[in-house]
Design a binder for this molecule. Sequence first.
Ligand SMILES: [Zn+2]
Length: 240
Amino acid sequence: MDEDALESSSEEGSSLDEPSWVSWFCMLRNHEFFCEVDPAFVQDRFNLYGLKEIVGPLYGEAMTMILGYAPTEKQLADPSQRIHKVLESARILYGLIHARYILTAQGLSDMKVKFKAHEFGSCPRTLCEKQTVLPVGLSDFVSHNGNNPMKLFCPKCQELYEHNVPNGNYIDGAFFGTTFPHLYLQTFSELMPQARTTTYIPRVFGFKVHKGGGDEQQKNRTLEEWPKRPKNEPMSDWDS
Ligand SMILES: [Zn+2]
């Protein structure tokens, strides 16, 4: 009886030790922004159009890797393993498939679960009161030299923020794309926060700080202070 119980628990343990590559990838540090793309979506050729040219010669191996199991500790520890060559291509391929997936009904729904669980973090602006942000890219083209890092978009203040995690993996903005947060908020309009109503007012000893010269109102006020010539005043001799 006890032996049976032990056997079944060890079987469960072995299945848990072998997660899919996609589950493993989404568990990596800084990868909490990614959702797990449905394998059926990855296998549909229609969804892969144009990606072969972008990913390059290791496209086939990268695809096999994505649809397979997670790499083992042993493979990861040995830099001579071929897996290390394929991983970079698999990362790009998965990221670009992911960018397409999160624009589908199922992908938007998957991201909604993550948004509601606050997995994307919150806006650093104090007056946004920990509004949950959304990942976004400034370009839909993957950068091979790290020039397109993922940004975070706050729906409340409508601003973009950097995402910096010490020792975190680099995430390309193209893996989320330029459209995602805006399509998301159109689709789930009930999640769109009310526009910001609170503005921070700088004060010195409790008094509001006078606005600077760049302010439009201040500029107009200054112009109005120039004395104007009364309408009936005769022209000066110099004008005649
Ligand atoms: Zn904000």
